[in-house]
Design a protein around this ligand. Sequence first.
Ligand SMILES: Cc1cc2nc3c(=O)[nH]c(=O)nc-3n(C[C@H](O)[C@H](O)[C@H](O)COP(=O)(O)O)c2cc1C
Ligand SMILES: [Fe+2]
Ligand SMILES: [Fe+2]
Length: 393
Amino acid sequence: MEIAKNIHYVGVNDRNKNLFEGLWPLPNGVSYNSYLIDDEKVCLIDTVEVDFFMQFLEHLHAVIGDRKIDYLVINHMEPDHSGSISLLKKYYPDVKIIGNKKTFNMLQGFYQISDDTIDVKEGDTLDLGKHTLQFFMTPMVHWPETMMTLDTTTNVLFSGDAFGCFGALNGGVIDRDINTDEFWLEMVRYYSNIVGKYGVPVQNALKKLSKVQVDYLCSTHGPVWHKYVDKVIGIYDKLSKYETEPGLVICYGTMYGNTERMAEIIARAASEAGVKNIVMYNVSKTHHSYILRDIFRYKGLIVGAPTYNAGLYHEMEVLLSEIANKDIKNHLLGWFGSHCWASKAVSKIEDWNNTRLKFEAVGEPVDMKQGLTATTKEQCEALGRAMAEALLK
Ligand SMILES: Cc1cc2nc3c(=O)[nH]c(=O)nc-3n(C[C@H](O)[C@H](O)[C@H](O)COP(=O)(O)O)c2cc1C
Ligand SMILES: [Fe+2]
Ligand SMILES: [Fe+2]
């Protein structure tokens, strides 16, 4: 599959793995993208997960036959892309590995490889014959060593994990050849779960990229972006600035439905007060990766859970820890909870917000003892209305 003159897609699809990084569900699979530039010098950009090595090798042979690979550029050392390097070196012992100082520290640590390396710095170039590559350091998008590689001849940018997306490539590789509808929400989920913590580094990378012409955006996961380059950069720009829409995520834990009733009342009140985008999740049912995705989309969040063994219901604790880990900014938070004999859930959620989340608190928290009363119903309605007012003002 030739993307631009001499630049071939040689990636693979993983439809077997349940959880990416052992954490994030992959209902539509994922691709590990790699690209081969067939010039006077042959240059490979990133590799693939090692399980797919034999298929990867076939893809390389299909393009270059028995020719050697002169260079391997490592934009990112996470093993979903670096996993095949040791084996690649067995098949292509003369390959020179291009990376930066931090890349080589990891290359030694993970794979005990330290010879035949070429250290590049910001703006350095590499001549392949017709094509000239230029390197941009983009630390923390998604690891400290991450960099991007631009083919200045064709304006193809090899961007590593940035601009990536969950979802395997089902035949088509370039966006113009496929129906991309399924990919947009999965791009937001990928961003939120994988890159979401690194908003500032993403902004720094986008500033660098704004100075170069990009006609093809070749990420390590998901479609090659050509028709939608601007849209994709726009999505990453917006998300990394924590820009949201006026919508509300309400998520709750529940064992027997009492806390859930509170959530329903809050949602109804917010809707009556004019909030149109409301999504609701039971934290025990919906994987937190989808909830995180919607928290990145919408400004308002209301969470609620029962007290459980003198603490906070565990699945809510997991979600709050996941939200805190992403350092999300510019959000509003309301909360509620329930108990039977000694309340803990509501104060625990408050602790999470004061110490870690630091979202702007909205409304009065509601703490319900046992079942719903007229008073708790009114308090829940007041919380829903307060959030609506804050969102719509
Ligand atoms: C295993 C278990 C542990 C609980 N631990 C506590 C507790 O430590 N303190 C308390 O006040 N209530 C505790 N509760 C009671 C619940 O917080 C209370 O019944 C709440 O209304 C449950 O909400 P739900 O109907 O939404 O599941 C516990 C309930 C269960 C099932
Ligand atoms: Fe990564
Ligand atoms: Fe990756």
